[in-house]
Design a protein around this ligand. Sequence first.
Ligand code: RTP
Ligand code: MG
Length: 139
Amino acid sequence: METNKTFTMIKPDAVANGHIGAILDQIIKGGFKITAMKYTKLSQETAGKFYEVHKERPFYGELVDFMSSGTIVAAILEKDNAVEDFRKLIGATDPAKAEKGTIRNLFAQSIGANAIHGSDSDENAKIEGSFFFSGLEKF
Ligand code: RTP
Ligand code: MG
């Protein structure tokens, strides 16, 4: 199992608010290499599939609506200890609880519109990366 890759999405709120450049800057300065990236928009169906693990959670409908509400940036990132280090860089799910200087502290609005996604395990990083990118696009 690879431990040097993670998957991220810059969420619709951060894209709409013009934060793509600033967030990519933080990611690169944080020591991550971008190995695949795309600007895209999820349909309700695709967002629903991506977040299927959260299907039973009370916020699932809201999450799917939000994630399909606007354009996103999806990317695969490379660094030693990528999953854990990236979750540190983005901060807590609720921006009110995110440590100062983290991406969610700087750019997120609320627990729903929280600027960015980061995979929570090596296994999910692989699944999520493959959800968005074909073998040809990954290097
Ligand atoms: P993410 O998957 O986006 O990186 O966030 P996470 O691991 O920190 O949080 P997770 O538990 O996986 O939840 C996925 C996304 O669902 C939204 N959420 N809303 N209203 C709520 O109580 C609530 N809880 C979670 C957030 O946008 C979260 O990022
Ligand atoms: Mg998560």
